[in-house]
Design a protein around this ligand. Structure first.
Ligand code: GLY
Length: 409
């Protein structure tokens, strides 16, 4: 009996000890990453201030920038807000304000669905941290602009304008991409802040449609679903950035999972929670997820039963690149999901911490002074266009910092 009690006590002490160790390691990782970010983003900030454009990635060793129209513009001020949130250093706040406010005219942008990424990550974080009333009005107008792309008959927001499918077989007239789940957060915010349920109702309709047509029975996902605006039916289910129409593009799966987790937070609707849980489980238990938990850009590259569409160029690659940005998005969403899932949540948190530990290692985290001023290496933007393959990308950094801040909360 005494022996049994002794064993139980030592197991308990070991668990507490290893939990303490994990926590210490995590704290160390967080401070390493934010210290690295302070050095890297000083360089990025200097270059961005000269160019007056948004840092996005790198090409042939050079930093690449984009203008106000690009979907990624909001990640730069968003990352600056996260720097301010962690360090409380006013210099990051000043930079975040400056770069957020450059995006102001996008509040009227109705050209694509990405206004959520552009405005909620910049002005949304700015409003959360400063309660600046001017930002609130801009966010509400941004939500109005996003709603202009909603089609009642389809029950979804149109992501892109008319677009030929990758294999050139058809022109998609109402393409909706799984990524669009991320833009719904702006709509939930607008309803909360105005008391007008219109925005939220549109977000819910869109999430329901996505659950119905993008999410497959095994909880993997299609990248693009194209709808008929007369009948509302789904005409085509295909890929644009994934390996094959029936494959799972890992960033797309991560966008979907993050979006359903957030939609559950905003609605309390158990259907969205179940979808999020099943998508998370599909991802983290996937047989092709490498042991460091940083996925390849698509789960099914070169697998039997998956064919790369005509015009996709990924088969020119001589290796299968990873996508650290997908891992960062996944880690951030797992940390949120862990709060809603009781005992299962501990597993999600553990996996998120494993991902963050990989991303904070020298395999993925750049040494200060390298990587064109970004934090993460080995992200993949669009392998089908051989664009930003195995490169730093601003949104990878953004979700990495977000995830680290979430572990701190
Ligand atoms: N939303 C586009 C991408 O994830 O590349």
């Amino acid at each position: 009996m005494f022996k049994k009690v002794l064993i139980a006590c030592s197991c308990f002490i070991m668990t507490i000890y290893s939990f303490g160790q994990d926590k210490n390691n995590l704290q160390e990782n967080i401070s390493t990453v934010f210290n690295t970010a302070a050095e890297q983003y000083k360089t990025l900030l200097d270059s961005a201030n000269v160019q007056m454009k948004y840092p996005r990635s790198s090409k042939n060793g050079n930093l690449t920038f984009v203008g106000i129209e690009d979907w990624t513009g909001g990640f730069w001020p968003g990352a600056l807000w996260y720097m301010f949130e962690y360090t409380k250093n006013p210099k990051w706040k000043e930079a975040a304000i400056k770069w957020t406010e450059t995006l102001e005219s996008n509040q009227f942008n109705t050209k694509h669905h990405d206004i959520g990424f552009m405005m909620y990550n910049s002005y949304g974080n700015g409003y959360r941290l400063t309660k600046n009333e001017k930002y609130k009005a801009i966010l509400i107008q941004s939500a109005k602009s996003l709603c202009k792309r909603y089609n009642e008959k389809v029950g979804a927001i149109k992501s892109w304008n008319d677009k030929p499918s990758l294999d050139g077989k058809d022109t998609m007239r109402f393409p909706v991409i799984i990524d669009n789940m991320m833009n719904l957060e702006l709509l939930f915010f607008a309803s909360k802040i105005t008391g007008d349920p219109t925005y939220k109702n549109i977000a819910i309709k869109h999430a329901e449609k996505t659950m119905q047509n993008h999410v497959r029975p095994d909880f993997s996902s299609y990248h693009v679903v194209d709808y008929d605006t007369i009948t509302g039916i789904a005409l085509h289910k295909e890929t644009n950035q994934g390996y094959a129409h029936n494959s799972t593009w890992t960033r797309g799966e991560a966008w979907g999972f993050y979006g359903f987790t957030m939609t559950y937070r905003e609605t309390g609707d158990i259907r969205f929670l179940n979808t999020a849980i099943n998508m998370a489980d599909f991802f983290i238990n996937h047989k092709n997820l490498p042991s460091d938990k940083i996925p390849n850009w698509d789960f099914n590259v070169n697998e039997v039963g998956y064919t790369s569409p005509a015009n996709a160029q990924s088969n020119q690659l001589t290796y299968i690149p990873k996508d650290a940005s997908a891992a960062a998005i996944l880690a951030s969403a797992l940390l949120e999901l862990s709060n809603y899932t009781g005992t299962k949540g501990a597993q999600y948190k553990k996996t998120a911490n494993e991902i963050l530990s990989s991303l904070s290692s020298k395999n993925y985290l750049a040494v200060a002074g390298t990587n064109n001023g970004f934090l993460l290496m080995h992200c993949t933007g669009n392998a089908n266009r051989l664009s930003e393959v195995d490169k730093p990308i601003m949104y990878g950094d953004y979700y990495f910092l977000e995830a680290l801040l979430r572990t701190n909360k």
